[in-house]
Design a protein around this ligand. Structure first.
Ligand code: 8X3
Length: 250
């Protein structure tokens, strides 16, 4: 199903078709990893994998059979970057859309669980595994209209952090990356494809780019194997919290 040079360490990146996932694939490939780009959008990850000399695997993290096939098709896994996920909607709890909530829990929480559980034996067998989970500042902050997303991110972080204890003594490091505002497809997806509304989120301030976050993931992945960066929060200078940002006057 897949072919790669096992001599190079292998990094599996979910949600690799755009944004932080795509940028992370580029960064890790530049650092010498064979990148396995996982996402639903086949055309995008195929082009990316060709460009980076990696492998594209079309899989939705909500599909257990595809995730198991992904794991079965890989001989070696050194790094897993759990990046797939996102937000849908900004309804208050009183008007919560259950389908949006289900999607957020399925992708962010159960998606991370499925992929991590499936790849864990190979990460351990590598002798020096690393699991990076991209959560969000929403994993430790809450805000009005954000409960579906913040609750999913809190749960994703709890799952990731639990592994830190459960894997103690095993050769696997665990790093949670919690970004604030990053200009990607994040807000477009959240607002159901409304680009104007998404652009307004970042108007008058300087958000992070996907490459800014990928840089940090590259740093994490290149520390000596006894060094575990547990939790990294990265926000733009213009953002103090999920609800406080500095906006330049026009
Ligand atoms: C999203 C973080 O600050 O854009 O994960 O709400 S923020």
């Amino acid at each position: 199903m897949t072919s790669y040079e096992p001599a190079r360490p292998v990094a599996v990146i979910t949600g690799a078709s755009s944004g932080i996932g795509e940028a992370t694939a580029r960064t890790l490939a530049g650092l010498g990893f064979h990148v396995v780009c996982v996402a639903r959008r086949e055309d995008r990850i195929k082009a990316l994998a060709v460009e980076l000399g990696g492998t594209a695997i079309v899989a939705d993290v909500t599909d257990g059979a595809r995730v198991d096939a992904l794991a079965a098709g890989l001989d070696r896994v050194d790094v897993l970057v759990n990046n797939a996920g996102g937000a849908k909607g900004v309804q208050p709890v009183a008007d919560a859309d259950l389908d949006d909530w289900r999607w957020m829990w399925e992708t962010n929480v159960l998606g991370t669980l499925r992929v991590t559980r499936a790849l864990l034996p190979k990460l351990i067998a590598s002798g020096d595994g690393l699991v990076v989970t991209v959560t969000s500042i929403a994993a430790f902050e809450i805000y009005d209209g954000g409960a579906g997303y913040t609750s999913a991110k809190h749960a994703q972080a709890a799952l990731h952090q639990t592994l830190r204890g459960e894997l103690l003594g095993k050769p696997v490091r665990l790093t949670e990356i919690a970004p604030g505002m990053v200009e990607t497809e994040f807000s477009v997806v959240r607002f159901g494809g409304d680009q104007v509304r998404a652009d307004a989120v970042y108007e008058g301030m300087t958000p992070l780019t996907a490459a800014d976050v990928a840089d940090v993931i590259g740093f994490v992945a290149t520390r000596p194997s006894h060094v575990n960066l547990d939790h990294i929060v990265i926000r733009p200078r213009d953002q103090a919290s999920a609800t406080r940002k500095f906006t330049r006057p026009e």
